[in-house]
Unconditional design. Structure first.
Length: 443
């Protein structure tokens, strides 16, 4: 294989390898950028959604405080038989429910025996709001939120743990997850007499504050890590259903959020996919925080795959463009590099036929090709000079040969003339003395 051909293939090979390497680096870099962007996007969204949930807690605290400041509530805790007062306070409760679609119940409960004094509730099926009649009022003395509320000083807001709603001690069907906010009401002596409690429909609360997105998975858990929101609803409220399902079952490293610090963390799922997830702890903006939520978003595999496919096609397209451009450049570069060598080779071949008429290329180049061309030029000059010298020496030899031939002819003539004379003299002597010679002497 000729050197020029080798150079062409070498240049093309280097360019193809370089373009391919650039494509691989681009794909790897874009993939890392996509992953980092997904992480940052999820972390920002978790932070924003957590801020919204925190603001919703503050709104709930404001509403329950507003209702507790009604003088009717304080009077009814002392005199439960005031029917007009009950009706009037019930109307306030109805107004609150109609203004806040997320609220399911508003109640005034006695701290002495746990009996409901006034209750307004929303029908879970029709959404109609009504004041519960006296005979429908229930005893809530055994509920955990009742014991927690009466143990607080007057004026203390309290956000109880979110649980499944119970009526008459039995979980209602269909399931109704409830979040409860209370505020303790005291008398003039500072003694706790009862409390106002708002039941928040947790599903409505979540639907408004945490709209679903197909790209990501939204999760919400309580302070113990039990799922309250999960794509598989059978895994929610496991502590009320008899079988717990917790964040720690699915995510490695999330245990730290169940303590006081840190307030947020990024982890991976325990499954083979190892999907990225970001969690943040949300403390209710109330005086006593028994309601701590852990909100998180898990990156969707489909979203990552879609973005990765976009990246792959983009990297492939860029690589193809780079490769095509590189091949054009390589072809031009190889031609530019090889052309002087080809011209120089052709000139060297022509030296055999017409050495004096050959014009060598690339004499003015400063690179190795120029050096080689100038070396050829010097060689041609030296060969020409040597040929001229040989021709001159040949001419001199021809002249010497001619002179020698002329000398030989002259010398031969000069040598033959004395011989003829001697022969003539011999013949003359032989004629005169022939009678005297014996036959042997004559011979």
């Amino acid at each position: 294989m000729r050197i020029a051909t080798r150079i062409r293939w070498l240049v093309l090979g280097v360019v193809v390898v370089t373009a391919t390497a650039i494509g691989v680096v681009l794909f790897w870099g874009y993939a890392r950028i996509v992953e980092r962007q997904q992480r940052d996007s999820i972390a920002r969204r978790v932070h924003l959604e957590s801020e919204r949930i925190g603001a919703a807690f503050e709104e709930i605290r404001h509403d329950v405080t507003l209702l507790s400041n009604l003088s009717l509530a304080t009077r009814l805790l002392v005199d439960r038989d005031d029917e007009a007062g009950r009706t009037r306070l019930g109307e306030f409760f109805v107004d609150m429910l109609e203004a806040k679609p997320n609220y399911a119940q508003v109640r005034l409960i006695s701290g002495d025996d746990g009996r409901e004094i006034v209750r307004a509730d929303r029908d879970p099926t029709t959404g109609a709001v009504r004041i519960a009649p006296r005979d429908a009022l229930q005893d809530k003395a055994d509920e955990p939120y009742h014991r927690a509320a009466v143990a607080r000083p007057p004026g203390t807001t309290f956000l109880a743990e979110t649980t499944l709603n119970r009526e008459h001690g039995t979980i209602t069907m269909p399931l109704q997850p409830m979040m409860r906010a209370t505020i303790t009401i005291g008398d003039e002596t500072g003694r706790s007499r009862g409390y106002v409690i708002i039941n928040i429909d947790f599903r409505r609360f979540v639907a408004v504050l945490m709209p679903e997105r197909k790209d990501d998975i939204l999760l919400l858990a309580n302070a113990d890590g039990d799922y309250l929101v999960h794509p598989d609803e059978t895994r929610t409220f496991g502590f009320d259903r008899g079988r717990r399902h917790r964040l720690t079952d699915d995510f490695a490293g999330v245990e730290a959020l169940l303590g006081e610090t840190p307030a947020k963390t990024s982890v991976r799922t325990r499954d083979a996919a190892g999907r990225f997830a970001h969690f943040q702890r949300i403390d209710g903006q109330v005086d006593v925080r028994d309601q701590t939520l852990i909100f998180g978003i898990v990156g969707s595999e489909a979203a990552v795959a879609d973005r990765a496919a976009v990246v792959a096609w983009r990297a492939l397209g860029i690589t193809a463009i780079l490769l095509l451009a590189a091949l054009c450049v390589a072809s031009w570069l190889a031609h530019r590099l090889v052309r002087p060598l080809h011209d120089l080779t052709s000139a060297a071949d022509a030296l055999v036929e017409t050495p004096d008429a050959v014009a060598l290329p690339a004499l003015d180049r400063a690179d190795e090709i120029g050096v080689l061309a100038r070396a050829f030029r010097n060689m041609i000059d030296r060969l020409g000079e040597r040929e001229r010298r040989l021709r001159a020496a040949g001419a001199r030899i021809d002249r010497a040969n001619r002179d020698l031939d002329h000398f030989a002819r002259i010398a031969a003539h000069d040598l033959r003339e004395p011989a003829r004379r001697i022969a003539g003299m011999v013949d003359a002597v032989a004629g005169r003395e022939s009678g005297r010679l014996t036959p042997a002497g004559a011979a």
